[in-house]
Design a protein around this ligand. Structure first.
Ligand code: A3D
Length: 311
């Protein structure tokens, strides 16, 4: 059986970690793609990881490139391409530039691997995944955004830190858009099957929910320059692995809703079953009235960012 081919579009902070994690999990052979100016950087990262392999003995071929032809026939793409906001640049300027990059990426992926599974990570996530979908014309099940996987992992980590239990036993999902309006469904969270709401007092739970909402910003502040990359990379890898190994894991992802949760025509964070068919199913369930209104607010935020793409 030949190895899967994984292409990482953007070889920056997240891209480099994606390559490392994909190699360590032996998910397949890996191409790290970036713009010609950054070709040396991605070739260097690839070579560095090639030299790390003997310690653990994992087999994967990792190469850096700025040539789309090298990505022909890839099974999975993880897209982190984009530029960060620079001094003097407003939100609209940034959106315009990153939208241009996403459209270019979409048309190239369509050329080299029209049947691939594509995971978008670039921000603003809710607009970028929509832009990729609209520009590429890919089937809806083959395009997905990474956000809920990270937001849920952050929530789980904070709960485990609060209670002093293994993160492994904390389950919880965070739905909605990737921003301050995200919706942690605390009602359904459990620690080893015991409802979180019976173990964590409401005031502490509220603190944790708020910390989750602003967790990305907390790290940006600490770094002073740049945003989180370890946990975002691991979150995207979980999604890629579920596709490549047909694990059918249920992960909160920005999937295209066509009626699910009453949402029509938008990518938004919902529990998504990922297998060899991509997003094979969205698992719908009854929301409480509060959750419904929170999901409506987050949908408004998603609609606004999508509107700004003019697509
Ligand atoms: P960074 O280290 O700047 O890497 C981005 C890379 O994209 C750079 O190496 C660029 O050279 C490259 N790039 C720019 N234009 C192109 C192009 N046309 N084709 C290919 N590559 C290109 O950023 P990062 O890795 O820290 O973050 C990447 C993206 O992920 C950013 O948009 C972040 O905001 C976003 N992000 C999203 C989440 C979510 O949860 C959704 C979390 C963290 C970061």
């Amino acid at each position: 059986m030949s190895r899967a081919k994984i292409s990482l579009i953007g070889g920056g902070q997240i891209g480099g970690n994606l390559a490392l994690l994909a190699a360590q999990k032996e998910l397949g052979d890996i191409k790290i793609f970036d713009i010609p100016n950054a070709e040396g950087m991605v070739k260097g990262k690839a070579l560095d990881i090639m030299q790390l392999r003997p310690h653990d003995g994992f087999d994967a071929d990792i190469t850096g490139t700025s040539d789309w032809n090298d990505l022909k026939g890839s099974d999975v793409f993880i897209v982190t391409a984009g530029i960060p906001r620079k001094p003097g640049m407003n939100r609209e300027d940034l959106l315009d530039i990153n939208l241009g990059i996403m459209k270019d990426v979409a048309s190239n992926i369509k050329k080299v691997a029209p049947n691939s599974f594509v995971i978008i990570v670039s921000n603003p996530l809710d607009a970028m995944v929509y832009a990729f979908y609209k520009t590429s014309g890919f089937k809806k099940n083959m395009v997905v955004g990474m956000a809920g996987a990270l937001d849920s992992a952050r929530f789980r980590a904070f709960i485990a830190m609060e209670v002093g239990c293994s993160v492994q036993d904390v389950t919880c999902m965070v739905l909605g858009g990737h921003g301050d309006t995200m919706v942690p469904i605390t009602r359904l969270g459990t620690i080893g099957g015991v409802p979180i709401e019976t173990l964590v007092p409401p005031d502490r739970l509220e603190v944790i929910v708020n910390r989750t909402r602003f967790a990305g910003g907390e790290i940006v502040k600490l770094f002073g320059n740049g945003s989180a990359f370890y946990a975002p990379a691991q979150s995207a890898i979980e999604m890629a692995e579920s596709f490549l190994r047909d694990k059918k894991r249920v992960i909160p992802c920005a999937s295209l809703c066509e009626g699910e949760f009453g949402i029509e025509g938008y990518f938004i964070g919902v529990p998504s079953l990922i297998g060899k068919g991509g997003v094979e199913k969205i698992l719908e369930f009854e929301l409480s009235n509060n959750e419904k209104s929170a999901l409506n607010s987050t949908l408004d935020a998603v609609k606004q960012t999508v509107k700004e793409t003019k697509l």
